[in-house]
Design a protein around this ligand. Structure first.
Ligand code: APR
Ligand code: ZN
Ligand code: ZN
Length: 361
């Protein structure tokens, strides 16, 4: 029997979000229904609402979530009712060319639930990133459910489902930050701070946080930054070079998504160093660099999608490290809110007042 629950939808371009009754079908083959316990508010939800991702309104927003599996389709064996899970948007296929080469974190054919959730009048909803978790329950592909230790608080666990994983993964997976490395992170919002925390976890010796907002630099310091640079006042390339013996950092992580900060990242790294772009640019942005510098400086210019994470490998590991006190994921939760406060949370996010607002259900 399909169930009716409350959920937050974006009805149309730039219209305020609102709570509606959502019809959640019973899970079919390969699917699971999850009782959502917490879901963070991410920039991508705002982009959906603004029509910046596509025009498939109405959207069921929310995608940084944790909860308990309520029911699964007949053939599902990896998760079972009662499992505590983090939802992911990288349910790997196991069959594409990336998966077959043993690189499932690049899977080119990830999947979501096949059935659609609807409004009571039958209107089909587009779930944000194939999840849609600003709702009491949601229907997902079973592969989108990653079991983790239920000792963790749901509002903390859910954050690994998107932004925090993107930042930590940019450092430890894409950037391969290692013990003793010098790392610079440009842009210290939720994603950049997670990159700082990831760099600390990986044993970086020097972690330089760069932002244009002193409040953000204070938070970055509490996440593990050893040095901070306000790039509104100081040239960040010079400052990073000065702090690294005149050379530049081994790994520079760009967590803003703009050409000017990418250029800073490019020139602030040491010879043969690595640049990781985890900030998401917009379609009209262009980058111009002397090709001779690209060649002559060597190293690697990489981008990081979802922190190149493999949920089944990374989520349980990071939750365990959190529970052991070695990774303070709780520091990313600025406030917990109710389902009807998502619109207000977007405003706070827009003003830069929060790392993460998390809806608890
Ligand atoms: N130089 C340095 N820092 C900057 C600059 C700049 N020119 N412009 C903005 N910033 C800082 C902001 O002050 C803020 O602290 O970058 C940070 C961006 O953080 P958030 O807006 O909170 O965004 P976040 O959730 O961290 O995501 C960052 O990663 O996943 C992507 O889409 C996401 O592109 C976005 C980026
Ligand atoms: Zn695949
Ligand atoms: Zn997100």
């Amino acid at each position: 029997m399909a169930q009716e629950v409350r959920g937050v939808i974006a009805p149309g371009k730039d219209e305020p979000v609102r709570i509606e009754t959502i019809v959640v079908p019973d899970p079919g083959p390969g699917e699971a229904v999850v009782r959502v316990q917490a879901c963070g508010v991410c920039h991508t939800d705002l982009h959906y609402k603004q029509g910046g991702i596509n025009d498939d309104f109405p959207f069921l927003l929310g995608h940084e979530a944790a909860g308990v599996v309520e029911s699964v389709g007949d053939d599902v064996t990896d998760v079972a009712p009662g499992d505590f899970v983090i939802l992911n948007w990288r349910a790997v296929c196991g069959k594409c060319r990336a998966c077959l080469r043993g690189r499932p974190w690049y899977c080119f054919d990830t999947h979501n639930a096949k059935q659609r959730m609807t409004l009571t009048d039958g209107t089909e909803l587009s779930p944000a990133l194939g999840i849609g978790a600003f709702a009491e329950k949601t229907l997902v592909a079973a592969g989108q459910c990653t079991k983790v230790d239920p000792a963790v608080a749901p509002e903390v666990a859910g954050l690994l489902g998107c932004g925090v994983m993107a930042g930590i993964g940019a450092a430890i997976n894409t950037g391969s930050v290692g013990r003793g490395d010098s790392v610079a992170v440009i842009g210290c919002g939720g994603v950049g701070d997670a990159a700082v925390a990831g760099a600390r976890l990986a044993g970086a010796a020097k972690i330089i946080a760069v932002d244009i907002d002193d409040r953000k630099l204070d938070t970055a310091r509490s996440m593990g930054a050893t040095h901070t640079v306000n790039s509104r006042e100081t040239d960040p390339v010079e400052a990073i070079r000065e702090l690294t013996g005149g050379f530049g950092a081994d790994v520079v992580i760009e967590a803003v998504g703009r050409p000017e900060t990418y250029r800073q990242a490019f020139y602030a790294r040491d010879l043969a160093g690595t640049v990781v772009l985890v900030g998401v640019p917009t379609p009209e942005m262009k980058l111009e660099l002397p090709l001779l510098d690209v060649f002559g400086r060597g190293g690697a210019l990489k981008s990081s999608w979802y922190g190149d994470c493999l949920p089944s490998r990374d989520f349980p590991m990071l939750i365990d490290l959190h529970l052991q006190g070695r990774l303070d994921l709780g520091a990313f939760v600025t406030e917990t809110i109710q389902l009807d406060e998502v619109e207000k949370a977007f405003e706070r996010m827009h003003r830069g007042d929060v790392l993460r607002s998390v809806v608890v259900l």
